[in-house]
Design a protein around this ligand. Structure first.
Ligand code: NAD
Ligand SMILES: O=C(O)C(=O)C[C@@H](O)[C@H](O)[C@H](O)COP(=O)(O)O
Ligand code: ZN
Length: 371
């Protein structure tokens, strides 16, 4: 591969469990990138009813390659939507594996967005106490975030991602051409997680995003590949530092304490994950201002960039301060009765903070703008 090739590969370095992230246009039907990571001949592709008609055949063609292939490739097509990210859907994956007679050397391939990736990874983590899986993410959000790092799981009506496991994929294959069919609203949702990386760790990346947001939304190929590469590089570094979120990995949760509260409160329906995280990051910036950490200009930089990406800033009108607090009490980051929030000491430098005075938080939640 020459240096100018649009194809890039980086590695998540976890010793014996290290894996590559391949990024570039048209990778989906390049079976040579996937076949080395299969555990055996049994392969189950898990996808959904929206993605299957677009990309399933191409992935299968690449995997099977010539007529001489001895792979046993099956597929499971699930319904679409965040509300389907449940244990019942994961049971359907286990049923399909058992019905196919798949053994411990099978490989699951997640073809789709973060919902399919999180559920397939969790199914793999538990099936016969753990089998191989590969991520083939097809949304911007899943390409820059959910396919990397091994957080797998499902939602509970009371709280987001409450049931799950850390289970790393064997490889991540990011075909950037799949973004051409992604609805604009989903692209915007993915941009929230991209902006997150700039805010928590990389001020240069934040400035780059400010300069290039319009072109990214126009699907400029080279810029998108750059944004995905930079995002995956930051995420991979954080995951390598702290795979199971004992410390620094919690920073990847910027905006998520508020965001997950919004998603759970509205029943995993109207708001997309990225939209809730976008609003959650605006809320985190505003609370950081109240604590005297950010100044007004810095908060304006955050909100201007989120707006330029097309993300909502206002919290849902049906959520009052009590509703936020009640939902946030269930957040997985909390270790005792105090709420642990990811806030911004300055732009490009996030921290976990469990010392926000309850009255200040309450006032902040009452005052924060609503839709
Ligand atoms: N595991 C992690 O580290 C992690 C990180 C971030 C988010 N998540 C989870 O990821 C989920 C959100 O992921 P998402 O934003 O990808 O949502 P999603 O999986 O629901 O996909 C969004 C929509 O786009 C459709 N779609 C997917 N690819 C497409 C394509 N190429 N063309 C057209 N349509 C396409 C899907 O069918 C769906 O309707 C949430 O459940 C969130 O909690 C997990
Ligand atoms: O990989 C991580 O770590 C993240 O926190 C990434 C988040 O963008 C993602 O939404 C993740 O699923 C949140 O995890 P949770 O543990 O807060 O449920
Ligand atoms: Zn997220």
């Amino acid at each position: 591969m020459n240096a100018d090739s649009p194809r890039k590969t980086l590695s998540v370095d976890l010793g014996e469990r290290s894996y590559p992230i391949h990024i570039g246009p048209g990778l989906l039907d390049d079976g040579s990138l996937l076949r080395p990571h299969l555990a055996g001949r049994q392969v189950m592709i898990v996808t959904n009813e929206t993605v299957a008609p677009l990309y399933l055949e191409s992935l299968k063609r690449g995997l099977i390659g010539g007529a001489e292939s001895d792979l046993d490739v099956r597929e499971l097509i699930l319904p679409d939507g965040e509300h389907t990210k449940t244990l019942a859907s994961v049971e359907r994956i286990w049923d399909a594996l058992l019905a196919a007679g798949f053994n411990r050397r099978c490989t699951l391939i997640a073809l789709g967005g973060g919902v399919i990736g999180d559920m397939t990874g969790y199914a793999a983590a538990c099936y016969q106490r753990g089998v191989a899986f590969i991520q083939v993410p097809t949304t911007l959000l899943s390409q820059v975030d959910s396919s990397v790092g091994g957080k797998t799981g499902v939602n509970h009506p009371r709280g987001k991602n409450m049931i799950g496991a850390f289970w790393q994929p064997r490889a991540v294959l990011i075909d950037t051409a799949t973004l051409k069919s992604l609805p604009a609203r989903e692209l915007t949702a993915g941009l929230a997680e991209v902006i997150k990386y700039g805010l928590i760790r990389d001020l240069d990346f934040l400035a780059w995003l400010e300069a290039n947001m319009a072109a990214l939304r126009e699907l400029d190929d080279a810029l998108l590949i750059d944004a995905i590469l930079r995002s995956c590089t930051i995420k991979a570094r954080v995951v390598v530092e702290d795979e199971t979120e004992q410390g620094v990995r919690a920073l990847l949760n910027l905006g998520h304490t508020f965001g997950h509260a919004i998603e759970a409160h509205q029943g995993y329906g109207n708001w997309l994950h990225g939209e809730a995280v976008g609003t959650g990051m605006a809320m985190a910036a505003s609370l950081s201002r109240r604590l005297g950490w950010l100044d007004d200009d810095e908060v304006t930089r955050v909100t201007t960039l989120l707006e330029a990406a097309g993300l909502p800033l206002a919290a849902p009108s049906e959520m009052d301060a009590e509703a936020f607090i009640e939902r946030m009490r269930l957040d997985k980051k909390n270790l005792d009765s105090r709420l642990r929030l990811v806030l911004l000491r300055t732009l490009g430098d996030a921290c976990v903070h469990d010392d926000t005075p309850p009255t200040l938080l309450d006032e902040f939640l009452r005052d924060y703008p609503r839709t």
